[in-house]
Design a protein around this ligand. Sequence first.
Ligand SMILES: O=C(O)CCC(=O)C(=O)O
Ligand SMILES: [Fe+2]
Length: 218
Amino acid sequence: MQQLDLIGDVRAQGLSAQQIGPQACIFRGFLREDAAGFLADLAAVLRASPWRRMPTARGWMSVEQSNCGSHGWVSDKKGYRYSLFDPLTGEPWPDMPALWRQRAVEAAESAGFARFSPQACLLNRYGPKSKMGLHQDRDEEDVAAPIVSMSFGLPAVFLFGGLKRTDPVEKYLLEHGDVLVWGGVDRLRFHGVMPVRQASHALLGEQRLNLTFRRVLR
Ligand SMILES: O=C(O)CCC(=O)C(=O)O
Ligand SMILES: [Fe+2]
């Protein structure tokens, strides 16, 4: 089993890495210096593909979502899938900003996943009380690639379960600037987000933003 081998390097850069599974790791404050750059890019992404709430077979997502990259994750009454086009505009999704891609690739590499090449970035916007139920990320054909997840704004409690829905879950606080990477033997673990507590973040106000970078096709 491949273990994280670059935690030493990350620490040397003044960042702390918290291993939460054999191949899962939280890099605390990884994006501390990048928030302004990410927010500038976010405005451009959202001009092309605005926030929207997606329907599911059983109701509505509690988060607002968008995508950038060549592929975007979409949900409707028929189910979940990746699409080359934004169903709201009929246009391709906006490009993945270079800074976002670069930091996602660096985080993956720091967690032991070299040559990560994401095709999709799903954007989630959590207002107060928004949550995400336990699920697996399994709409991607390529589960050899990790998921890289970036958090900004209000903190949230991330639930990290096992490979079965009924396995016990661990709880980790994800804060502004944290990056979580999970892959390999941890790639299909159930996970979710507890309802975000109402508060105001200095930069982002009453919201939490989460970006997940995914390799869709092999
Ligand atoms: O918001 C998060 O931290 C996780 C989001 C997530 O699991 C997803 O978009 O599939
Ligand atoms: Fe997920």
